[in-house]
Design a protein around this ligand. Structure first.
Ligand code: NDP
Length: 246
């Protein structure tokens, strides 16, 4: 029997990139899956259809991670549709690539709203429904662990916050049998960080493996953390970065 049979997962920002790969992988492992997105309804529908073709149930919910009401409604809709919530993957994230002194207040607010506040709100809403065996998994970043280049100061700060959020919360919910972990990708080939292009050259050079990662390589780690075999892992920052911060 697949290891996530009868489990329900919610993946924020699950219509493209890393989130879509996670949603499909958790479904392949047996879970029914809800995803959120903001603008790209076609991409979201295509992920839902792919999961349904594979024999699982899926729904897509429009919910900007910076909109607390929408995020809470997405959690409630997931539970109303599938009857439970076992795995929350806080994947929705945004990046601003420019020097700190040029970053606008609006850009900083957006980064904080999506990458930190969105994680807080989704997790609080999900914890209302989670039972023993529950999994809170956030997608942080290798640059939340170590700053390698100029140009990502507020983004790195938000991912560093996700790291401490994970560590702190793990101590509060452990007694309920819920684990909290942070998966920190290095450079992964997505629309947000394409492997082709000028900005990709230094990122690739920082990795020990001298290549970008594939979304499925992140999804594989998330699937492990979501599954029963990770029962003794909590408060951990698990890096999947081709050796970028080695
Ligand atoms: P993409 O931009 O490729 O995909 C983002 C996904 O999230 C889309 O489904 C998008 O849907 C959705 N999304 C974007 N903003 C929001 C929002 N405010 N609320 C809800 N959904 C949203 O990103 P990646 O797959 O590259 O990144 C996913 C996560 O991984 C992020 O947290 C990112 O910081 C992190 N990460 C990525 C790395 C990389 O190299 N790619 C490295 C380290 C971490 P829609 O278009 O409809 O909004």
């Amino acid at each position: 029997m697949p290891k996530l049979t009868e489990k329900v997962a919610l993946v924020t920002g699950g219509s493209r990139g890393i989130g879509a790969a996670i949603a499909k992988r958790l479904a392949a492992d047996g879970a029914n899956v809800a995803i959120t997105y903001t603008k790209g309804v076609d991409a979201a529908v295509s992920v839902v259809k792919e999961i349904e073709r594979a024999g699982r149930k899926a729904i897509a919910i429009q919910a900007d991670a910076a909109d607390a009401d929408a995020v809470e409604a997405a959690v409630e809709k997931t539970v109303a549709t599938f009857g439970r919530l076992d795995v929350l993957v806080n994947n929705a994230g945004t990046a601003v690539h420019k020097r700190f002194e040029e970053t606008t207040l609006e850009e900083m607010d957006r980064l904080i709203g999506v990458n930190i506040r969105g994680v807080f709100v989704a997790t609080q809403a999900a914890l209302k429904h989670m039972k023993s065996g529950g999994r809170i998994i956030s997608i942080g970043s290798a640059v939340g662990e170590r700053a390698l280049t100029p140009g990502l100061v507020p983004y790195s700060a938000t991912k560093g916050a996700v790291k401490m959020f994970t560590q702190g919360l793990s101590r509060e919910v452990a007694s309920r049998g819920i684990t909290v972990n942070n998966v920190q990708p290095g450079p992964i080939d997505t629309d947000a960080n394409p492997a082709a292009g000028e900005w990709a050259i230094p990122q690739k050079a920082f990795t020990a493996l001298d290549r970008y990662g594939h979304v499925d390589e992140v999804a594989a780690l998330v699937a492990f953390v979501a599954g029963p075999e990770s029962s003794y892992i909590t408060g951990a920052n698990l890096t999947v970065d081709g050796g970028m911060i080695a």
